[in-house]
Design a protein around this ligand. Structure first.
Ligand SMILES: [Zn+2]
Length: 365
């Protein structure tokens, strides 16, 4: 170590001690994490911040506290890509997905395959999405849920099927059904849903085929990707003063010039010039709302089961000091035991039989 460097460290050490005596150590921690990438800090969190539910910042630049997980399995849904640990959202978001999954079955959609929601405390993700940072976005597959439980391996590897031809940007007719339309209409029918993002080909299909009430089309917005899943976004929820509202969607059904633009060359032209880094790849804590540092440093709940949503319109589990669920012997199926909330309850209405029931993942944080 050079004399300069050790001298520098000595000085930093002395400053730290001075800061400690002044009660300023918190500031030192703040500056330390300010230089680290926010995606690494948030991406490393296994459990949510055990404080009241609140979203901070914007969908593409923020975080949230008081998150709850959707159970990996429910009577009318199965969560996909479990290893990503993105089953977390604001309790209102999770409640909404469960409601959609139940009500969609009345429209002939057998259940939802649930894609990414958010990381436990939101924030920028290690991979993928620009948004999904404040617990108010969720991806739902456009593939109907199969009538059997998928294994964890299938949930990792099952490929998602696009319903859009990537050359023509039109829906592939044999993959699109009236039930797809009804599913989107159902999702758009909820007042808390502000936007639904779909591929332009899907929007066009809706524009060309929906009859009767077309007012819900206003919420359905064309965007790149979103050809094997759609993206549901709800508005800022009560109790989230730090949540930044998005602009309202333009008036009308959106089946106009703005949609026609997607069927020109322009949106699909490869970018020219040097590639710019993605926002999520350079964001530090300093780029996020200041409350996100507290969210990052907040205590965790006792385990995942304690903060897995109960569903059926019930209140979400209290996040702090929740009781330990009863231990379940490894390999033993969990069937609706009182005192075991979380994943077990989600299965209760389903006939048990020989369906292998997944257990909550390990609970270390
Ligand atoms: Zn999405």
């Amino acid at each position: 170590m050079t004399a300069f460097f050790s001298g520098f460290l000595g000085k930093a050490g002395r400053l730290l001690m001075a800061a400690a005596t002044l009660g300023l150590v918190g500031l030192d921690i703040q500056s330390a994490s300010a230089s680290e990438l926010a995606k690494d800090l948030f991406g490393g969190k296994k459990l949510p911040a055990a404080t009241a539910p609140a979203s901070y910042g914007f969908y593409s630049k923020g975080c949230f506290s008081g998150g709850v997980a959707i159970a990996t399995d429910g009577p009318t849904w199965q969560a996909m890509r479990l290893s990503r640990n993105r089953r977390w959202g604001h309790p209102k978001m999770i409640a909404l997905i469960e409601k959609l999954s139940r009500e969609a079955t009345r429209d002939g959609w057998p259940g939802l395959l649930v894609g990414d929601i958010s990381q436990p405390r939101g924030g920028p993700m290690l991979t993928g999405h620009a948004s999904h940072q404040i617990g108010l976005d969720a991806d739902i597959w456009l593939t109907p849920m199969p009538d059997r439980r998928l294994s964890p391996t299938e949930r990792e590897n099952m490929s998602a099927v696009s319903v859009v031809n990537e050359k023509t940007h039109r829906v592939i007719e044999k993959r699109w059904t009236p039930a797809h339309t009804r599913l989107l209409e159902r999702a758009a029918s909820y007042p808390e849903v502000e936007r639904i993002l779909v591929n332009p080909g899907i929007k066009k299909k809706l524009c060309d085929t929906v009859t009767g009430d077309r007012s819900w089309l206003r919420k359905v917005r064309p965007f790149w990707g979103h050809d094997y899943h759609f993206h549901v976004r709800i508005g800022c929820q009560p109790g989230s003063q730090g949540c930044k509202e998005q602009d309202p969607t333009p008036r009308g059904d959106g089946c106009d010039k703005s949609l026609a633009w997607w069927f020109t060359e322009e949106p699909w032209r490869p970018a020219t010039g040097p590639a710019k880094p993605r926002a999520r790849d350079i964001m530090t804590m300093a780029s996020l709302p200041k409350q996100c540092l507290a969210v990052l440093n907040a205590p965790s709940p006792v385990n995942e089961a304690a903060v897995t949503y109960h569903g059926k319109g019930g209140a979400p589990t209290a996040v702090v000091a929740a009781p330990e669920p009863e231990a379940v012997a490894p390999g033993k199926p969990v069937i609706s035991q009182p005192g075991v909330p979380a994943t077990a309850n989600a299965f209760a209405p389903r006939p048990s039989g020989d369906i292998p029931l997944p257990r909550p993942r390990p609970t270390n944080n």
